[in-house]
Structure formats: structure tokens, C-alpha cells
Design a protein around this ligand. Structure first.
Ligand SMILES: Nc1ncnc2c1ncn2[C@@H]1O[C@H](COP(=O)(O)OP(=O)(O)OP(=O)(O)O)[C@@H](O)[C@H]1O
Ligand SMILES: [Mg+2]
Length: 287
């Protein structure tokens, strides 16, 4: 654009002089031609060049805004990193220690100690969860177009693969705008918990994480593993750990469906959302 601004007056005058000498000599006197030349350049400057200048200004403004947004994002990323490396790591250690405490004192506790221990464990779990959510939401999109949410999911999968040696496949075709920001944060935590469960309990060698659209508004997310499956009595709602209970809680709050299935030697944790109420889908009014 800058080159255009520089070259347009020269071109205009060159073109004018050429046309004038080649075609217009019989019609336009030398004097009139001399007057017309600066007038023409002035007109071109006022119309075309002014527009170009305005465009440059807009572009510069946008660039400025983008820079500011990027700086803000970087700042958030840095905060997330600090939270992750500091508090989240210590909390993880704390939860490992609390888990060990139970193992090393198994059977030697009376009821009140046991329930105090359980509530301690629950609090540790919840704080862990909050910090992770804070980290996740710090990393989230100020600008949804850049899809950092999917990136954090990919990141989670890659990290999990590396830490556990379990082969994870991510098949994600769920349209981003079907999830609100809150849902993204919650779904991320849900997927992470389900994946950690596979590592902790399933003895699986493969894990699939899938997300896809369902009809006009809904979606379905499945975390699938080829492990041993739920032992009898350990199903969700049987009151064992907190992970599945938290998933159930979230599902209730956000009106998601949540179930655990076993199909062809695969354990599946299925979370989904049906069509919303304001849908125009005729089927949903019948349901
Ligand atoms: N993918 C899975 N395959 C087999 N069993 C599972 C799977 N996921 C969960 N379970 C069973 O469900 C139980 C409850 O899981 P939950 O996540 O609620 O608790 P936890 O993982 O034991 O503890 P916490 O999540 O509180 O650290 C587990 O103890 C385990 O027996
Ligand atoms: Mg768990």
C-alpha cells in the first residue's frame, strides 16, 4: 500500500502527459493542459490516496489490537504455567500422600477417623480440581477462532500418552460453538478424570477419546478403553471415589447425560448433551 501511495501520483501524471500528447493535442491547448495536470493529481490524491491512507490506519489499529490481545494471552498463559508448576504440582503431591496415608493405616482407623480422612481426601480432590479448572480457563480462548480449547485437549492427550505409555487416539469432530465456555472447562476436567481413571483402574493398553456432533444442537463425548471394565460394585453412584461423583455432579448441573457402558470388551464413559429446548427439530417435541 505504501508503494501504491508513492507511485500513484507519478503514474497519474505520466499517463496524463501521454494521453495528452498522443490524443488530446488538437482539443486541449497547452495552457489548459498545464492547468489540468496538477488538478488531476490533486483529485487522485484526494480520492484514491486518502482511501489508501485510511486503510493503512485501520490496519495499524487492528495490528495494535491484535498485539494487545496476544500480550494478554501470553500473560494468561504465563499465569497458567505458574499455577501448573507451583500449586498444581504441590497439590498433586499432597493428594498422593493422602492416598498413601490410607494405605499405610488401613484397618487401624475407627469410624470417626475414617470419615475425617474421607472429608480431607474430598477437599484435597476438590481443591485439585479447582486449580486445574483455573489453569484450564486461563488457557482458554479470548478468541474462539484460534481453537485453543482443542489444543489443550490435544496437549492433555499427548501428555497422558507420555506419562502413562497408554496409546491414546483423539477423534474430535465436535463443533466448538456447541459448547459454552463453562462447558468446555467442565468437559475438559471430565475427560481428564475419565482418562486418569483408565490409567488407575482399567489396566488398559489403548484409550480412545471421541467427540462428535449429534443432530442439530447436541453432542456426544466418549472415553473408551480396552481394559478390565468396572468391577462389580464399583460402578458410578456406588460411592467409591470422588472422580465419578464429580462427573455425575457436573452432568446434573449442566444437564448432560452421563453413563458407563461395556461393549465388545470396551469400557465406555459416555457424556452427552441432547438437543436444547429451543430446537426446531420436530422429533424433540415428541420426546
Ligand atoms: N475406566 C475404568 N475401568 C475400570 N474401572 C473403573 C474405570 N473408571 C473407574 N473405575 C472404577 O470406578 C471406581 C470409582 O472411580 P472414581 O474416579 O470415582 O474414584 P477413584 O478413581 O478410585 O478415586 P478418585 O477419582 O477420587 O481419585 C474406581 O475405584 C474404579 O474401580
Ligand atoms: Mg478417579
Amino acid at each position: 500500500m505504501k508503494s501504491l501511495i508513492l507511485i500513484i501520483p507519478t503514474l497519474t501524471i505520466g499517463l496524463w502527459e501521454y494521453v495528452r500528447h498522443a490524443f488530446l493535442l488538437p482539443y486541449i491547448s497547452m495552457d489548459l493542459g498545464n492547468w489540468l495536470a496538477p488538478l488531476l493529481v490533486f483529485l487522485v490524491t484526494m480520492t484514491l490516496l486518502r482511501k489508501l491512507f485510511a486503510m493503512i490506519e485501520v490496519m495499524q489499529e487492528e495490528l495494535q489490537k491484535e498485539r494487545a490481545a496476544k500480550a494478554a494471552l501470553e500473560e494468561r498463559e504465563k499465569m497458567a504455567q505458574e499455577l501448573h508448576d507451583g500449586i498444581a504440582q504441590s497439590l498433586f503431591l499432597l493428594s498422593v500422600r493422602v492416598d498413601r496415608m490410607e494405605q499405610s493405616h488401613a484397618g487401624r482407623w475407627n469410624d470417626s477417623l475414617q470419615s475425617a480422612y474421607q472429608s480431607l481426601r474430598k477437599t484435597v480432590y476438590e481443591v485439585n480440581e479447582y486449580v486445574r479448572q483455573a489453569i484450564a480457563s486461563l488457557r482458554y480462548p479470548a478468541n474462539p477462532a484460534s481453537r485453543p480449547w482443542l489444543e489443550s485437549l490435544q496437549h492433555l492427550v499427548a501428555e497422558f500418552k507420555q506419562d502413562t505409555g497408554i496409546a491414546v487416539e483423539l477423534n474430535w469432530s465436535l463443533t466448538d460453538n456447541r459448547l459454552t465456555l463453562k462447558e468446555k472447562v467442565e468437559l475438559y476436567s471430565t475427560i481428564r478424570e475419565a482418562m486418569i481413571n483408565v490409567y488407575k483402574h482399567a489396566g488398559a493398553s489403548r484409550l480412545w477419546v471421541e467427540g462428535k456432533d449429534v443432530r442439530e444442537q447436541g453432542w456426544r463425548c466418549v472415553i473408551k478403553d480396552d481394559g478390565a471394565g468396572f468391577a462389580p460394585g464399583s460402578e458410578p453412584d456406588s460411592g467409591g471415589g470422588f472422580g465419578l461423583a464429580m462427573i455425575r455432579d457436573r452432568a446434573d448441573k449442566l444437564k448432560w447425560t452421563f453413563e458407563v457402558q461395556r461393549e465388545q470388551d470396551l469400557t465406555m464413559v459416555v457424556i452427552g448433551k441432547e438437543e436444547t429446548d429451543d430446537t426446531t427439530d420436530p422429533d424433540s417435541t415428541r420426546r
